[in-house]
Ligand binder design. Structure first.
Ligand code: SF4
Length: 463
């Protein structure tokens, strides 16, 4: 027979329970959480009611597992085996700093300071600190300018793969502004497209709550994704499966329908756009039948969805990495935003809203890049990226490391990321990491890259 305790959290001399209101310390999103402690250790997190980010995502739910994992890197370690063998010995922090300083100076002397590079991702809580060491001259950056005073312009990171194309480059090309100054009015939309985005697993998943609320007041939600995502399942709504990498064609197909059926906002086009006369012939070939053969989305649904978008009072589009992580991401994103604009959903309730320009409110310490010496790698090949981010483009790292093109990069600090698991062509990246003179990996856990490190440094959580 099971005995039900009226209050299962009865204190005993051996077990203490405490709930501490706090901010989640797993990532820098800043969700307001109650931390449930048992004997002073995290047991679980629950959302703080009425906190603007009072929500706990799947990573936050795994806080206990992350904080107390036996796999955590807890001390500085130095490689003792062959590179790639994964053998390390514990050393002191003083020794670790001494090794880093000696190696960076030796490489600077031999190849020039630009041969040292740092790559930052979002996997460490220290990502938040990057805000305080950001390159000057950029609106927002996840890069770390710590090597600038040494004379190296080569800071780079996950922005080369993620966010910059969507939030900075495509948005500037379409609207002349950054996505941080633009938002979707989900709270008033009667049609919401979730396109290559997964709010159910977002960090933080705050939009999922807003979309559920919109559903309750009758808004229609369509998820466009190559898989039935967690969001599609959580919302129990229509899912349009699409062949990966063909989102731009789907948007152009719907623009085709808007133009063919005269469903676009002609006054908006004449007063606020450039290039409509070039767009019209460009989309002429993107008939629903042809777009079905490209995307796998039925032609009839392409037509009806275009009509729904045109008929909506306010259509919001949540979009992100599903479109960005492809070889024509910027153009696919632009096509979707052009569709939204032509259907009359810019600067209207329920559509895309433009905010007063702002920059991150954090008290940043912005660091100027070195005034002399070469530009960062990729500045010539990706001038818009360089102009926007003031950093190196990481896609150029393998050729700089392996072929000294445009010049040698011989040391790399990887913080909160894994190049081998984040970038396409891991065999190429593996050759590049193995060829470095000096590699430092800073992480909570031993990543795939850590096997090639000369030095492993532990990263903290915010708890
Ligand atoms: S998004 Fe998740 S991991 Fe990040 S702070 Fe919020 S709950 Fe924590």
């Amino acid at each position: 027979m099971a005995i039900q305790l009226k209050n299962p959290k009865i204190e005993t001399p051996d077990v203490t329970h405490k709930i501490v209101p706090s901010v989640c310390g797993i990532c820098p999103a800043g969700c307001g959480v109650n931390v449930h402690l048992v004997n002073g250790k995290i047991e679980r997190l629950t959302p703080i009611k009425n906190h603007p980010h009072g929500i706990v995502c799947p990573r936050g739910m795994a806080a206990k597992e992350i904080v107390y994992s036996p796999d955590r890197i807890l001390h500085p370690q130095r490689r003792v085996g062959a590179r790639g063998e994964g053998k390390f010995e514990r050393i002191s922090w003083d020794d670790a700093y001494t090794i880093i300083v000696e190696q960076l100076h030796a490489i600077s002397k031999k190849y020039g300071p630009e041969a040292n590079c740092i790559y930052t991702g979002r996997g460490n809580f220290e990502f938040g600190l990057n805000e305080m060491f950001a390159p000057a001259g950029t609106v927002e950056s996840s890069a770390n300018a710590v090597l600038f005073p040494l004379g190296s312009p080569n800071t780079t990171g996950v922005g080369s793969l993620c966010y910059a194309a969507y939030g900075m480059i495509a948005s500037r090309a379409c609207f002349g502004d950054y996505i941080r100054n633009i938002t979707e009015d989900l709270d008033n939309a009667d049609l919401i497209l979730i396109w290559g985005e997964n709010p159910a697993t977002d960090s933080s998943p705050i939009n999922l709550r807003r979309i559920k609320k919109a559903q309750r007041r009758g808004a229609q939600v369509v998820v466009i994704d190559h898989r039935r995502s967690e969001t599609a399942r959580a919302l129990r709504t229509e899912w349009l499966g699409i062949r990966p990498g063909t989102d731009g064609a789907l948007a152009l197909g719907m623009i085709h329908v808007l133009i063919q059926e005269s469903l676009f906002d002609a006054q908006f086009v004449s007063e606020w756009t450039h290039g409509f006369e070039e767009l019209r012939p460009y989309v002429a070939d993107f008939t629903p039948a042809r777009v079905e053969s490209i995307t796998g989305v039925p032609a009839e649904r392409i037509r009806t969805l275009a009509r729904q978008i045109a008929a909506a009072q306010g259509c919001s589009v949540l979009m992100y990495s599903g479109l960005e992580y492809s070889n024509s991401g910027v153009q696919a994103i632009r096509a979707v935003w052009i569709l939204q604009a032509l259907a009359g959903h810019l600067d209207v309730p329920g559509g895309k809203l433009f905010k007063m320009p702002n920059r991150l409110k954090l008290n940043r310490r912005l660091t100027d890049p070195p005034s002399a010496g070469p530009k960062p790698i990729g500045a010539t090949e990706y001038p818009l990226y360089y102009e926007t981010r003031k950093e190196a483009h990481a896609v150029m790292l393998p050729q700089a490391i392996l072929h000294s093109n445009p010049y040698p990069v011989r040391s790399l600090i990887i913080s909160g990321s894994s190049l081998l698991t984040a970038w396409p062509n891991p065999a190429l990246w593996q050759r590049a990491l193995a060829a470095l003179d000096f590699l430092v990996v800073i992480n909570r856990f031993p990543t795939a890259d850590a096997r090639f490190a000369d030095l492993l440094l532990p990263a903290t959580t915010g708890f």
